[in-house]
Design a protein around this ligand. Sequence first.
Ligand code: ADP
Ligand code: MG
Ligand code: MG
Length: 209
Amino acid sequence: MSGDADAVVAAVRAVADRIESERSHLTDLDSAIGDADHGGNMARGWAEAADAVADLDDPDAQTAVKTAGKTVLSEVGGAAGPLYGGSLVFASPELEGGITPETAVAFAETYLEKVKDRGDANVGDQTMVDALTPAVHTFKKSIETDDLPPLEALAKAVAAAEIGVQFTVPIRASKGRASYLGWRSVGHQDPGATSTLYIMEELLETAAD
Ligand code: ADP
Ligand code: MG
Ligand code: MG
């Protein structure tokens, strides 16, 4: 197995473990403005994804990401399954040549575009897009303009995602279940933005190892 694929397998396991440990917090967030299934759906799906990538025979990075995405797509229900899983599958070919700063930026941009496209969501709709967008923009700028080392760029992206999560609190949901609440969604932290932050934190942790 390539070193890049090893890193993907380790990252998916780390994400699965983190989501499991945050399961009840994510469920609490989703019970306030949704249907209280985000923690359970995500924990089950990412655990399955971690097993699926660990079972691959000598994969490359692209194949490992695609497999994780397919598993998340089929095992995580609701809005989050297609948004996370479908977008991972769609962006995976960007890693065809392995994981470099350039392919990582291309992957992140394609992933973001797919999430926005699938969900028809933009910044300010109180969704995962609010965490993902500043993270991806910051990552791209850090690599391409500021010429930072990949780990520093990823750390800055995580910090941007954290601000994006906080940004979801005072705004009103315009997409997803929370939008049914209208103004009552104001004051609540979006579950999907929160899980996006956790995933990014684990990518950083794994990359730093
Ligand atoms: P469901 O709402 O179907 O129960 P989940 O609870 O698993 O699905 O996921 C809810 C999260 O999905 C929200 O917190 C939000 O971040 C994200 N989400 C929902 N709808 C959209 C959308 N149209 N575009 C982007 N993200 C969305
Ligand atoms: Mg839900
Ligand atoms: Mg649901």
